[in-house]
Design a protein around this ligand. Structure first.
Ligand SMILES: NC(=O)c1ccc[n+]([C@@H]2O[C@H](COP(=O)([O-])OP(=O)(O)OC[C@H]3O[C@@H](n4cnc5c(N)ncnc54)[C@H](O)[C@@H]3O)[C@@H](O)[C@H]2O)c1
Ligand SMILES: O=P(O)(O)OC[C@H](O)CO
Length: 387
């Protein structure tokens, strides 16, 4: 097995470092029960992730080679997408330029896809997670484990709800998370990048390391599922700001400044609601690197630029449908969720950039106001630890 990179948190006494004693044995030695994978989702990232997983399961004989992939069924040119995937081994709608390994089996019924599986990879747009989990409730083994690749956040009267909270609440299983600078098309093309797994249970973290790590998709592990998820969700909001900036041709210095300010607000939000967060999260792939890639090449940035250029004449929904062709924006719904909690907690003034993004996205504020930071926030820096 390749070396496992774990970013330790020195002052965390509960930190359990996965060690070589966790190294896997062959099932022929009767030490490990067989694991069978179900990928819950078959969009752009779900399909790219499936390629990695389907290759990795073949390296270990305690993973079943067949990987089920739940496909939210739709008809493409008169034919079912799941059938096209199983016959042509291409997801013609969401990842058309790449072949899927033949050990990926597309299954249109979620319960059928989950049957016999005990390792679940959740990778669907965040707005569909609750109802998807409810369909799985009572249908999976108690000792199943899950990982969420979803970038999004939810909110209710109890406060911030993470995707891992939803899965854990509905299915009562341990949930790790994976997030990073991971534009799916580039990963499917085999271009080198990194990603971060946040975990609670180190044995489960090793399973997901084995399923995801490869030469061109390098995983590091940190014991902080909250920070990894908050960064992954909020970067989609900051990407909207980057799109507004690009629509105005404001240049690289401005964009870099907005990325820096965005990173501070992401850190502030994570610390406020889940603090203290793991030191490494900000500089891992799940933090700064994801923010950079999303502000350069992501879908949220692209649609946001188009929204700004349309000068209020096109809605987010219209542009999403037209430009993404079935793929989903996450930043627009996430900023609405984030604003609910910031308003409830009366702390909008601590997040001036997120507020400006919201005002442009939903209140008709002029695009150039994207840099209208209040004076007291000039040169804003990381909050001191005792703030
Ligand atoms: N695409 C990327 O580059 C990328 C990278 C990292 C993380 N992510 C995150 O992964 C998650 C999934 O994104 P994606 O890019 O794989 O999907 P996507 O945006 O490409 O596709 C949308 C998916 O939603 C499905 N869908 C539509 N209606 C549905 C319903 N009612 N119930 C369930 N599913 C439905 C579609 O069939 C399709 O599979 C998101 O949270 C996204 O932020 C995406
Ligand atoms: O294309 P986006 O904006 O959904 O971003 C994709 C990935 O999350 C980047 O890591």
């Amino acid at each position: 097995m390749p070396p496992i990179v774990i970013r330790t948190q020195p002052d965390d006494p509960t930190h359990a470092t996965p060690s070589p004693t966790h190294s896997r044995q062959h099932s022929s030695e009767q030490l490990l029960p067989m694991k069978r994978i179900c990928i819950v989702g078959a969009g752009n990232w779900g399909s790219a992730a499936a390629i990695i997983i389907a290759e990795n399961v073949k390296k270990y004989d305690y993973y079943d080679d067949t990987v089920n992939m739940w496909v939210y069924e739709e008809i493409i040119d008169g034919k079912k997408l799941s059938e096209i995937i199983n016959e042509q081994h291409i997801n013609v709608k969401y990842l058309p330029d790449h072949n899927l390994p033949e050990n990926i089996v597309a299954v249109p019924d979620l319960r059928d896809a989950a049957a016999g599986c005990n390792v679940f990879i959740f990778v669907i747009p965040h707005q569909f997670l609750i109802r998807t989990c409810k369909t799985l409730k009572g249908q999976i083994p108690d000792d199943s484990i899950a990982i969420s690749l979803i970038k999004g956040i939810d909110f209710n009267e109890d406060g911030v709800i993470l995707m891992s909270d939803i899965i854990k609440r509905e299915l009562s299983i341990d949930v790790s998370v994976l997030s990073g600078a991971n534009i799916a098309n580039e990963i499917a093309a085999g271009k080198f990048c990194e990603s971060t797994i946040g975990y609670n249970n180190s044995d489960n973290a090793i399973v997901f390391f084995e399923l995801f790590n490869n030469r061109n998709f390098r995983i590091s592990l940190i014991k902080d599922v909250e920070a990894v998820q908050v960064f992954g969700a909020l970067k989609n909001v900051i990407a909207l700001g980057a799109g507004f900036c690009d629509a105005l041709n404001m240049g690289n210095n401005t964009k870099a400044a907005l990325i820096r300010i965005g990173l501070l607000e992401m850190h502030r939000f994570a610390s406020k609601y889940f603090g203290p967060i793991h030191d490494a999260a900000m500089v891992e792939s799940c933090g700064l690197a994801d923010l950079i890639t999303t502000c350069m090449g992501g879908r949220n940035r692209r649609v946001s630029e188009a929204f700004a250029r349309a000068g209020g004449k096109r809605s987010w929904e219209e542009l999403e449908d037209e430009m993404l062709k079935g793929q989903k924006l996450q930043g627009t719904s996430t900023v609405l969720e984030v604003m609910k909690i910031l308003k409830r907690d009366n702390c909008l003034n601590e997040f001036p950039f997120i507020k400006l993004i919201y005002q442009i996205a939903y209140e008709g504020a002029a695009i150039p106001t994207i840099v209208d930071f209040p004076d007291e926030h000039a040169g804003d820096a990381l909050d001191a630890p005792d703030d």
